[in-house]
Design a protein around this ligand. Structure first.
Ligand code: ADP
Ligand code: MG
Ligand code: MG
Length: 211
């Protein structure tokens, strides 16, 4: 696709819901190692609620409206850190898309940047703290880099998904400084951050939705 329209935004959320369901056990195992073992369950609960809310909303003509509703739904349906963080991120993405009926690569890149910034503002983490931001930061940078080089929305989203994956892998040797994993101190080293792993699913779903 050349533009992210409302149907593509719905498809993005539907593909994310399917992916977290497929990967529920892996996300939960990652969280059991350095957290409280609920990340898979929380993501499934949240994105199942998003699917239901979008179905109940009927026709939405703007991608921004789809993502605002998705974000609001995540905030209200998921306890724990990840619901408010992902929810605020998607709300910020939706808000940044504004009243565009179809967003091009540049607009989507800026909106994803607003999502990343919302996570940083709410959670107070920075890159290197072993959180979902360690996948979001390179994903957004990769997206913007691809668009700046003349890449299509599709190519930029593919590039972003690859960058998210690389960023998530880089959390393995990190010591957690935010969230539950930080309670473990140096014992958090050697494990992939669960929120970074679910962020890879979100960006992979975006690439598939616009590809
Ligand atoms: P909880 O830790 O409340 O059980 P989840 O298990 O659903 O929540 O999510 C844990 C993930 O949330 C972590 O792997 C990390 O990526 C992310 N996270 C936790 N705290 C923060 C924070 N302050 N900033 C950014 N991300 C965070
Ligand atoms: Mg947890
Ligand atoms: Mg929890």
């Amino acid at each position: 696709l050349e533009l992210l329209d409302a149907d593509a935004a719905r498809d993005w959320m539907a593909r994310t819901a399917a992916a977290v369901l497929d990967e529920r056990d892996r996300l939960t195992e990652l969280d059991a190692a350095i957290g409280d073992g609920d990340h898979g369950v929380s993501m499934v609960r949240g994105f199942t609620a998003v699917s239901a809310a979008l179905a109940a909303a009927g026709e939405l003509s703007l991608p921004g409206a789809v993502l605002l509703l998705a974000g609001r739904t995540l905030v209200s349906s998921v306890g724990g850190a990840s619901g408010p963080l992902y929810g605020s991120a998607l709300r910020a993405v939706g808000k940044a898309l504004g009243d565009a009926g179809g967003a091009d690569g540049k607009q989507v890149g800026a909106a994803l940047g607003a999502g990343r910034d919302a996570i940083a503002a709410l959670g107070g983490a920075r890159g290197g703290d072993k959180t979902m931001l360690d996948a979001w930061i390179p994903a957004v940078a990769g997206f913007e880099f691809a668009v700046a080089g003349g890449g299509s929305l599709d190519a930029a989203a593919q590039f972003a998904a690859g960058a998210a994956e690389g960023g998530a892998e880089e959390t393995v040797p990190m010591e957690a400084r935010k969230g539950r994993a930080s309670y473990l101190g140096p014992r958090s080293v050697g494990h992939l951050d669960p929120g970074a792993a679910s962020t890879v699913l979100l960006f992979r779903a975006l690439a598939d939705a616009v590809g």
